[in-house]
Design a protein around this ligand. Structure first.
Ligand code: THU
Length: 164
């Protein structure tokens, strides 16, 4: 019997102004990207901005649907755009922000479970860690060095290989 401990740490900043210039610019783009959301049902407008290895930033907003499960999170909208438009590029970082039209938007939220799984897949396929920069429209910002840190014991391609 062995008890396994999984440690997780991240860095908390007082606000966007404390970030390095690159993370600051990316979070600003994520805040802007909240205007790309189509969220008439939740009124929770999420924006994601992905920093690519070629210097380009790709943005996305959540896209909802009257059939709720058909909706897409901002993170996966942006990830799909990168796959389709810049398949040769690595993703270096993702910033996520949100504008809650029915409440406050002043503390970070972190990607949902499905988005964590999608980000983990990307890290695996590109052999490069994706940094997360999480913040609302104002307030504290969390910086996490690798998206996979949010998904311990993730199910990955390696789990499907024959012979374990
Ligand atoms: N949402 C995102 O876009 N990203 C997340 O990480 C969490 C949730 C969206 C999905 C839905 O359109 C709305 O926020 C409320 O859940």
């Amino acid at each position: 019997m062995e008890k396994v401990v999984h440690l997780f740490s991240f860095v908390k900043y007082d606000g966007i102004d404390s970030l390095n210039p690159r993370d600051n610019a990316l979070l600003q783009q994520a805040r802007k990207a909240t205007s790309l959301a189509y969220a008439p049902y939740s009124k929770f407008h999420v924006g994601a901005a992905l920093q690519l290895s070629n210097g380009i930033i790709v943005s996305g907003g959540n896209q909802e649907n009257a059939s709720f499960p058909a909706g897409l999170c901002a993170e996966r909208v942006a990830l799909a755009t990168v796959s389709s438009q810049y398949p040769e590029c690595k993703i270096e970082a993702i910033a996520v922000s949100y504008n809650n039209k029915t409440g406050a938007s002043e503390r970070p939220v972190s990607p949902c479970g499905i988005c964590r799984q999608s980000l983990a897949e990307w890290e695996q396929k590109q052999h490069f860690l994706i940094k997360l920069v999480l913040g609302g429209m104002s307030g504290e910002v969390y910086v996490i060095e690798s998206a996979s840190l949010l998904l311990p014991l993730a199910f990955t391609a390696g789990d499907m290989k024959k012979g374990g």
